[in-house]
Design a protein around this ligand. Structure first.
Ligand SMILES: NC(=O)c1ccc[n+]([C@@H]2O[C@H](COP(=O)([O-])OP(=O)(O)OC[C@H]3O[C@@H](n4cnc5c(N)ncnc54)[C@H](OP(=O)(O)O)[C@@H]3O)[C@@H](O)[C@H]2O)c1
Length: 430
């Protein structure tokens, strides 16, 4: 009889509860694949008396989650509490520091402390596994770490936040405002009561920074991710984009090259010919461009009990098999340090929406600013004055350096003709 892998589980919420259920439901299959039994021995959460839809009686209860990390009878600790710091980080440091494998779904902790934890894991010879931290059930970490390991990866693009994608898809299909779509997402459990982390782009940025490190073999640099959220996207932007042949998506983009490491999360116009345009609802999708494999697309459920638990248990199976290897696919001291690339030098097309006063001279002021900044206009659409007397101007530029568009907007800042801050979204290439 092979030795069972003994597990401590910290966190019994959506993912922790889902993991227990999945281990129970597919036990025989999982153990055949793992090559040995996987036994959850001890669990911990905040509130012992909370009603849960899993039976905890087979497990030892531990009041202090950090105590799990200090046990020497466990073959792995699974951290499913969340949060960049606090108890999750204490558990991660203690677990890896003792040479015990750690499995986590915690993208916030990895984005902020991933390099430290990876180095600690290597120094102690312990596995650090985090498949569930990016794109939930979609096995993008394994795809980059293993399947694409022979490739030089030039670019990663992804829809990495299901909440934002749900909101943008609802705005598109139902023609509703951001606020209405957000309320609907909250009502259906796709958005938190405080949605800031999702809609302001932070969550997607955490995941992008992790993917970039893995894809390019660079040190994880969350601080260098440029982040724009989706709060300012209007139903009108979405219908204008649709009329032009695009869908609006919150896209995480990372590229590495001679000019440095570029990482940005921002709402973009995605052409219908691009695979990311077809991820709807709470779906996540990641496109990877490899030197030899070409474009790889992974798409699926980015969150939720079942898909996320599926990723956590896949990591458990790896640990049970004794698969370790460096967390970011190469020893952390060999990850390259790349400076942040200058976004201004990037070339691309842009979508601009201006809300302006309905009076002579305003259009001339805008076109003068774009001309003086060297922005070449491909199309300009004017929508008649609404009940508030405001006119909407939608401009699409020819490909040019991003710094030129930024310069045009700077020239217009403070103009009395502009009734609202202009909206800028970049247009993704095919
Ligand atoms: N939910 C998803 O779809 C999803 C997808 C991908 C990744 N993730 C990541 O997975 C992790 C867990 O997410 P979740 O959605 O399962 O969260 P959750 O439902 O809020 O559950 C969090 C769990 O942690 C416990 N907890 C909180 N503070 C604690 C403390 N100080 N000591 C011990 N336990 C504590 C809670 O205890 P009580 O139950 O007693 O309150 C709860 O059981 C996070 O890192 C998240 O980012 C989640």
């Amino acid at each position: 009889m092979p030795t069972p892998l003994m597990i401590g589980l910290a966190g019994l919420g959506t993912v922790g509860g889902g993991m227990l259920k999945l281990l129970d439901t597919n036990r025989a299959l999982i153990e055949r694949r793992a090559g040995r039994p996987i036994r959850v021995v001890a669990v911990s959460a905040r509130d012992r008396h909370r009603a849960r839809d899993v039976d905890l009686s087979p497990y030892q209860w531990t009041d202090d989650a950090a105590a799990l990390a200090a046990r020497d009878d466990l073959g792995a600790v699974v951290e499913l509490i969340g949060g960049a710091d606090g108890p999750a980080l204490v558990i991660a440091r203690e677990t890896l520091g003792r040479g015990t494998p750690l499995i986590t779904a915690n993208k916030a902790m990895l984005a902020h402390h991933g390099m430290e934890l990876a180095a600690l894991a290597e120094a102690r010879g312990a596995a650090l596994k985090y498949e569930a931290a990016v794109a939930g059930g979609v096995p993008v970490i394994k795809a980059l770490r293993e399947g694409a390991a022979a490739n030089r990866v030039a670019r990663v693009q992804g829809i990495l936040n299901g909440t934002c994608n749900y909101i943008l898809s609802a705005m598109e299909s139902e023609g509703v405002s951001f606020d209405r779509a957000l309320a609907a997402a909250q009502g259906r459990g796709f958005a938190e009561a405080d949605p800031s982390f999702d809609v302001d782009g932070t969550d997607a940025a955490h995941k992008l920074a992790i993917l970039a490190a893995l894809a390019f073999g660079t040190r994880l640099d969350f601080g260098a991710v440029r982040i724009e959220g989706i709060r300012r996207v209007t139903a009108a932007d979405i219908s204008e984009a649709a009329a032009l042949g695009y869908r609006v998506r919150l896209v995480g983009q990372a590229e590495a090259g001679p000019v440095g490491l570029f990482q940005r999360v921002a709402p973009c116009l995605v052409p219908l010919g691009h695979p990311l345009a077809h991820a709807t609802g709470a779906t996540n999708a990641v496109a990877v461009e490899g030197s030899h494999l070409g474009r790889l697309l992974l798409q699926g459920a980015g969150a939720g009990e079942g898909p996320t638990a599926s990723a956590v248990v896949a990591d458990l199976i790896d640990v049970a098999r004794g698969e370790a290897g460096p967390a970011f696919a190469m020893p952390s001291d060999q990850l390259a340090v790349l400076a942040a690339a200058d976004a201004g030098a990037r070339r691309g097309r842009a979508y601009l929406r201006f809300t302006v006063a309905d009076r002579p001279g305003v259009l001339a002021e805008i076109t003068a600013a774009t001309r003086d900044a060297g922005v070449s206009i491909a199309s300009l659409i004017q929508r008649g004055a609404g009940p508030d007397g405001a006119v909407t101007l939608v401009m699409v530029t020819h490909a040019g350096e991003e710094r030129c568009v930024a310069d045009a907007l700077r020239r217009l800042a403070g103009s009395a003709g502009l009734l609202k801050e202009p909206m800028l979204m970049r247009i993704l290439g095919e």
